[in-house]
Design a protein around this ligand. Sequence first.
Ligand code: DLL
Length: 430
Amino acid sequence: MSIQAYSMGKKEIREAQAKKLKEVVTRVYENSPFYRRRLKEAGIDIANFRPEDIRKVPFTTKTDLRDNYPLGLISVDKSKIVRMHASSGTTGNPTVVAYTKRDIDAWAELNKRCLEVCGVTSDDVVQVAYGYGLFTGGLGLHYGAERLGAKVIPASTGNTKRQLKLMKDLGTTVLACTPSYALFLSESAKEEGIDPKKDLRLRVGVLGAEPWSESTRKVLEEEFMQSAHDIYGMSELNGPGVAIECRKKDGLHVWEDHYFVEIIDPNTGEVLEPGEKGEMAVTTLEKEGMPLLRYRTRDITILDDEVCECGMAHARIKKILGRTDDMLKIRGICVFPSQIEEVISGFEGLTPFYQLVVDRDGPLDRLLVKVEVSEDFKSDRLTEIVDLQKRLEEELRDVLSISAAVELTEPRTLPRSEGKAQRIIDLRRI
Ligand code: DLL
């Protein structure tokens, strides 16, 4: 067990952060022309840097990474870089992230910690069904599980029948993949005549890379695995392993000895208090190859700085509520897919498979929510369908303050994904 990291108290964490903040600011000032310019322009006094001065440091954004493509933000000599991952940007240049040997080692350690917090031990068989390659999910969890001494199955994504066969034949006890793929695997198991309770030995799910709701957890824990945990990360911050849900499942613990988290108002950049909802900005405290100062994640969450009932003092973030760029503006109103998912989950007879289609009717935006009904919902009872549809439309109007049309679809008709689910089709952008 990584006892030292788990047993750190609040005071110890804050002291370590204060020291590391000064170190990282000094390091990037000395080694990165990009940051030297930025810090000089902002008038930051490096020699006398105090932890609270971090608030004067300008934010780093994805645009900075794109503009300095591919490696303009590294803070070491190129010869020290041993790995590069990249995110598949939908527009323009991808975002490249570079790691030194020390970074890879630290990243593996963080993922090992995450697995341990979920109760994974060296006796477990860990099937990693996140994509291996430029995406960080596969290799990130792989290195963590290996460091823990578990038996790793590097299954990567796809080939769902084979995934299930591996699970059954090799006795997989831990599944690491996106929550939407876990749902798909669970559904496919049934189709293949596999009874997860009898034929599989899945104890733990390490599920992340996209938002998911409590209702998805409920479905997965009832039907597929004993305990489903949320894991958060992003390639710019190494990849998976930034934050993890402990057994209390009341927020995700951020490894604060590696990441300094601020929640900011996305419009003004002002730092918000714990308990207030805003965008998370992160300063990496240990990254060597490509440290980032106040990186704007675009992820919206709430910080909880209380010591958790599990005993760990590392602060928690609430499940990611949405992204500033995932937020749909419909008829001027901000709508997050997670709000819609929450509403759907309150209805019996519906599944967590849904899709949002936004388009325009003349000058007016239109939102269509497509949801699959569950297998046991008898679709021949027309009155019930209409009633369910109406009730869902009413509830959505109450919660979102705009009207949305609902279309109920037959089971297994909406697209499934092996990686991150594509839940929004915004035809207005095309
Ligand atoms: O998704 C890294 C990762 C892999 C995390 C495996 C967890 C497990 P990116 O492809 O760079 O990296 O995407 C990062 O995904 O800014 C969030 O918007 C979203 N995201 C990641 N984890 C979660 C989560 C990986 N647990 C972006 N809940 C982030 C909600 C998440 N959103």
